[in-house]
Design a protein around this ligand. Structure first.
Ligand SMILES: NC(=O)c1ccc[n+]([C@@H]2O[C@H](COP(=O)([O-])OP(=O)(O)OC[C@H]3O[C@@H](n4cnc5c(N)ncnc54)[C@H](OP(=O)(O)O)[C@@H]3O)[C@@H](O)[C@H]2O)c1
Length: 314
């Protein structure tokens, strides 16, 4: 399994994985990528542009967004690339940005929820006093999906829309709820940034499953995936030792994000777990059994809905 996460895994699997999307598979489609100013997100922007999409490059730092847009246009002259400024972890900013975006864009064919962050051993909180990784990985993307739902439905009615949550293989080692006290935000007791990261990545898989069921009749496919191990600025910065040790084996960013671009461009048939890696559905637990039970899932969904004020659609 460990080798499978490296560039060896994708090199071997690519010999028999499903075909690439046809050229210009995304011509006329509008796709939003969050966390687009670095690593996997930037690679996704380039991959989606190559398939003819109009790409919305969302980041929280205007200078990084401008740079990413400029580099994308330089690499693909004539490409349709639009910069979007939003802090995904700030729920008020998500509301502000989504209202503006929805006023400009009639239909949205794809969203890649890719923005990601990792904290150290100190609990960091957002403007709304949420633990940072929960806000960036779960609350912000959930709220954004809900606020853009009409635009996704419009694309769904035109032939289909896709939403992909970029999770992590690290989610395999995390339970949805650490214990019955269910301190999702780590408000009490000790905090461990690596554990918080892995748990919110597990939550992303569960939320993608919930969304997939809720919007299946709207022509919207919702999936989650993990990229394996890819050499990105985020890995260099947050896991320097791991990066040094594994450098020769790490995937390129384009290789890591390949499955996200493929999912958006081809909208393959999915399965109950909705969790992908290297263009194939994967189990959501190491044992191959189903994920968290219904009661645990309900607790998470209730919490996310309560914190964002955004219900799941019926
Ligand atoms: N690389 C891997 O091997 C790997 C493995 C498993 C999962 N992943 C997942 O893949 C995704 C991308 O990771 P990466 O390795 O490409 O990391 P990265 O190089 O650090 O890129 C992360 C991106 O997310 C953005 N971001 C962070 N917080 C944000 C916020 N509050 N609002 C808006 N944007 C925000 C960052 O913008 P700033 O520059 O402004 O911070 C950056 O553009 C993450 O979700 C990560 O968990 C990566």
């Amino acid at each position: 399994m460990v080798l499978g996460y490296t560039r060896i895994g994708s090199a071997v699997r690519s010999r028999w994985w499903p075909a690439d999307p046809p050229p210009m598979a995304l011509a006329g489609k509008r796709i939003l990528v969050t966390g687009a100013t670095s690593g996997l997100g930037t690679a996704a922007v380039h991959g989606l542009l190559e398939l003819g999409a109009q790409v919305f490059v969302l980041g929280r730092d205007p200078a990084k967004v401008d740079r990413t847009v400029g580099e994308a246009v330089a690499a693909s002259p004539g490409a349709k690339v639009v910069g979007e400024i939003c802090d995904v972890g700030d729920l008020d900013d998500v509301r502000r940005w989504a209202a503006d975006f929805a006023g400009r864009v009639p239909a949205l064919h794809g969203v890649l929820h890719n923005a990601g962050t990792m904290t150290g051993d100190e609990r960091v909180t957002t403007a709304q006093d949420h633990e940072l990784t929960l806000a960036v990985h779960v609350l912000g993307p959930h709220l954004m999906t809900g606020l853009l739902l009409d635009r996704l439905r419009a694309a769904g009615a035109e032939g289909g829309a896709s939403v992909v949550w970029m999770s992590s293989g690290g989610m395999y080692g995390a339970r949805l709820h650490a214990d019955d006290a269910d301190d999702i935000e780590y408000r009490n007791g000790s905090y461990d940034g690596v554990q918080a990261y892995a748990r919110t990545k597990r939550m992303q898989v569960v939320m993608a499953q919930q969304w997939a069921g809720a919007v299946a009749d709207d022509g919207i496919r919702v999936e989650s995936m993990h990229p394996g191990w890819a050499g990105t600025p985020g890995v260099q910065q947050n896991l320097p030792r791991f990066e040094r040790l594994t450098r020769p084996l790490l995937r390129s960013a384009a290789d890591g994000v390949d499955t996200a671009v493929w999912l958006i461009a081809t909208r393959p048939e999915s399965g109950p777990g909705h969790f992908w890696h290297d263009r194939a559905l994967r189990p959501v637990t190491w044992s191959g059994r189903g994920g968290p039970d219904e009661r645990e899932v309900r607790r998470l969904v209730d919490y996310v809905v309560g914190a964002t004020g955004m219900p799941l659609p019926h």
